[in-house]
Design a protein around this ligand. Structure first.
Ligand code: PLP
Length: 221
């Protein structure tokens, strides 16, 4: 058994059925992705449009590709035909573009709002008021080709458990508020994409439904 296969099997034993493993394959070779695929993994996450397009074209078509990086509006059209979930919606402008491209290819594209919870300035994402403003906008009400399925967030890069725990709790409680206020009878709003190699256990304690794991599956980049 190769190392990637061992890692996939490890995550299968530690993650409950309610938590999906998104194998983050950015910069990873197609050979290594195929090792994960052959171990049964079907959900993969990428953060660069061009790299994703190439891999999508070359690799088996039953892979579900997730986009997890910062997405420029002018590149949405390249992934709209096949993308399974966009985790990183960080503006109304981007959401409108995804809706427009979804309409062109006759799809409803699943999206998550990326929420800024880390203390680092550099991480993308919106705060509570920006997310609320989108949900209350007329533009959003008229979008028929996107479906908002939940929230994504990245915690601060720190080994301090309590900081990460607090940040995930903030995201989780805001998710509950949104669910009650805007998604009362919409069961699609159910995903919390939190947790990476270094903090997925803390994320799981805070209601994660999707963990995005790169280095602990494929090795360090
Ligand atoms: C790279 C990346 C991951 C995976 O990080 P690891 O620490 O390697 O598990 C998760 N989420 C996002 C948004 C990333 O860019």
């Amino acid at each position: 058994m190769n190392l990637v296969e061992e890692n996939i099997k490890y995550f299968r034993t530690v993650l409950p059925d309610s938590v999906k493993l998104i194998a983050v394959s950015k910069t990873v070779s197609q050979d290594k992705i195929m090792q994960a695929y052959n171990a049964g993994q079907r959900l993969f996450g990428e953060n660069k449009v061009q790299e994703l397009q190439q891999k999508q074209a070359d690799l088996p078509h039953d892979i579900e590709w997730h986009f997890i990086g910062h997405l420029q509006t002018n590149k949405v059209k390249y992934i709209a035909p096949f993308i399974s979930l966009i985790h990183s919606v960080d503006s109304l402008k981007l959401l409108s573009e995804i809706n427009k491209e979804g309409q062109k290819c006759g799809r409803v594209i699943d999206c998550l709002f990326e929420m800024h919870i880390a203390s680092e300035e550099t991480k993308f994402g919106m705060d509570e008021s920006e997310i609320t403003a989108i949900l209350e906008s007329e533009d959003y009400c008229n979008m028929r080709n996107i479906s908002v399925c939940g929230l994504m967030g990245m915690a601060s890069f720190t080994s301090d458990y309590s900081v990460v725990d607090k940040e995930f709790k903030r995201l989780n409680s805001f998710f509950e508020i949104l669910k009650k206020k805007y998604f009362g009878n919409n069961n699609n709003f159910k995903e919390l994409s939190i947790g990476m190699s270094g903090d997925f256990e803390i994320a799981m304690k805070n209601g994660s439904t999707m963990v995005r794991i790169g280095s602990s599956v494929f090795g360090s980049r």
